[in-house]
Structures are given as C-alpha cells and as structure tokens.
Design a protein around this ligand. Structure first.
Ligand code: ZN
Length: 162
C-alpha cells in the first residue's frame, strides 16, 4: 500500500499554492484538487462548498470557503475563464464586476468594506489559487474600547532586513 501524500510541506503544485492555505478544510479540498489535476475555479461548482450567490455572464459570486479571521462578510468574485492576469480580463467583464460588487453592496447593506485582487504569480501575491478572482471583506466598525484589532490580509511579501 502506498502512503498517501498529505501535503503538509510547503508546496506549489499545479494551480495551487499550499504555502498560502490557512485552514485544514482548505488543505483537504486542495489535496483533492491536486489528485484530480485540475484548476478548482475552472470547475467552481465541483470544489467550492458554498452556494453560488449570483452568476453573471463573466463572474461567479460566492462566499469564501475559509473566511479571513474576524470578517463578518467575505465574498469572492471568480472570473469564469481561466486567466491569471488583470490584462487578460475582457473589458465588458470589468464593468460587469463592478456592477456585481454594487449589487452585493446593496444586498448586504454594506456601509464600508475592502475590495482587492491578487493577480499573477502566487509567490508574489500570497494567493492560493492561480485563477483570477477578486475578494470583498467587511469587518466590524471600530469600537472605542480595546476589543478591536485590524483585519489582516496578506497581499504580498516584504524582504526583511538582515
Ligand atoms: Zn482556472
């Protein structure tokens, strides 16, 4: 019997970067995707456990499977075609994306939030899936006591001084 590989080591395999996985659930799904040898976002409804909230001609809108710690809302907007760079997005799709963000803003009655995209090489961005997707997070309004901390989002790396 062959020993099953657990991917506990930091690895970049296919479309996935295990260096940037944050939860055991994520690692388990990522392990399955590697076995299947596909891009998970090209087969979005197969590997994504959260329901698709809205679908347009260009995008899927869903919740992040592993929301960042402390977020009240964490949405992802997944481009339907397999691309990794912003320059590969069709012009009509950019308009469609902002209309979808506005739709979500109204649906969830957002009065504030943050929207970001990691694109290209995951060793630069800290991303875990090499397929263009945007993210929207909403935390809490900061209170006046010390019970609040900043949401932490990794958007790349800085070199530490020696
Ligand atoms: Zn893909």
């Amino acid at each position: 019997m062959t020993k099953e590989k657990k991917y506990t080591k930091k690895e970049k395999i296919g479309y996935l970067d295990f260096n940037h996985a944050r939860t055991p659930e994520q690692i388990e799904v990522m392990r399955r995707i590697v076995e299947d040898g596909v891009c998970p976002f090209c087969h979005f409804d197969t590997y994504h456990s959260k329901p698709i909230i809205k679908e347009t001609a260009w995008w899927y809108l869903s919740e992040n499977m592993s929301p960042y710690e402390g977020t009240k809302i964490h949405l992802i907007f997944v481009y339907k075609k397999h691309v990794t760079l912003t320059s590969e997005i069709e012009p009509e799709a950019t308009k469609d994306l902002f209309e979808l963000i506005s739709w979500a803003e109204k649906k969830y009655r957002m009065v504030g939030g943050s929207f970001f995209v990691r694109f290209g090489k995951s060793e630069i961005t800290g991303g875990s899936v090499d397929h263009f997707h945007a993210q929207l997070i909403v935390g809490n309004a900061k209170g006046t006591d010390k019970k609040y901390d900043k949401l932490k989002v990794k958007l790349g790396y800085k070199k530490l001084s020696a």
